[in-house]
Design a protein around this ligand. Sequence first.
Ligand code: S3P
Length: 438
Amino acid sequence: MEKGETKSIKQLQGNLQTGLQGTLAVPGDKSISHRGIMFGAISEGTTVLHHFLTAEDCLSTLKAFQQLGVPITRDGDVVTIQGVGLHGLQQPEQPLDMGNSGTTTRLIMGLLAGQDFPTELTGDASLSQRPMKRVSEPLAEMGANIEVTDGHLPAIINGEKLHGVDYHLKVASAQVKSALILAALQAEGDSILVEKQPTRNHTEKMLRAFGADIETEADDVTITVHPEPQMHGITLNVPGDMSSAAFFMVAASLVPNSKVTLRNVGMNDTRTGLYSILKRMGGKISLSNEDSSGEPTADLTIESADLQPIEIGADEIPAVIDELPLVALLAAKANGISKITGAGELRVKETDRISAIVEEFHKLGIAIEELDDGFIIDGRQTWHLEDSQLDSHGDHRIGMVMAVAALLVKQPMTLAGADSINISYPEFFDDLATLISR
Ligand code: S3P
């Protein structure tokens, strides 16, 4: 989609008499695609990623590692990386442009903190407002020297010799944890990292598959990293992204008469919060073709259902962090009061997702109250529309959740800034259309 494009949702809204119907394979997982490039780059030998996510965020990672001297080629969604090893990266000639990608930025900070050259990182306007001290400060405890600008990008990473740490993370963030793990691989001595809460564990699982020596205790929050592993390239099938499947799980649950099957969706249990929440709300969702040979995957079949309100607190948040705007939408159609708390991290995503959701939901006439760390929603079957022009706030996930919300009202709706979906799911509207036009 074109930059700044306003998309009319009218045609999609007009063809919903028989609901959403059909089968879809969503694009590859964003978190795993980023990591596949990074870990392939620092391994010896060839890594091949199938079903790589060819969206802007992961392409920012691909380009950054090419600039770091790693030979990487892409043929459609197949990416081949000729690994250069943990100490084979080269100083880039230009600053690395992180685009909109928080994952690229934070993980690369950890990796480059221990290299023997300096690197400058820049990013777009949204990324340049996101907090970076949450990474640079714990890395400093390992001896890293990272200059951030008032806590933000642009940043200069002055590569240094690092030493192992025993560190308790201050935020529940897989990005911060992953940055520390990547630094710990290059440090002198072991590192012990203790998370506040378990967060997505792709870094630990994938690094082990590449040959790294990383232990996770039975408490799921204590991680020991042994440095200087012998890492080797692998071939990896990237599962479908649960966070992209989520839009159709919610759309099929809420649009009457729907039945949708989503094939080969990643079911890592640090990511399946929406699946559990939807079930608890009374959603009709079933699994088939379950496979746990690598990252677990399954086909998901979702049918429309009458939903119950729900309460969600801090413990549940990490496994559903990126899907919380969609949980808010489910709650808006479930008769009664739903409450989501402990989700203050939403305020530091691609946009402040709490205030963006409240502003957009008010346009739809949804009774939603803003909390510092979440929302209270008084769900109803019928909303009284106040404004038919929705806005993505420049945030891919807000754009897609509002497109799904537009399917639930009769008046023709538009979505401003619809192009933001290119960050994680460029084919979103095409895929949605295949479930609607028959
Ligand atoms: C991600 C971690 C999460 C998530 C983001 C991707 C990752 O961010 O919101 O979309 O790939 O590690 P935080 O670590 O900031 O919670």
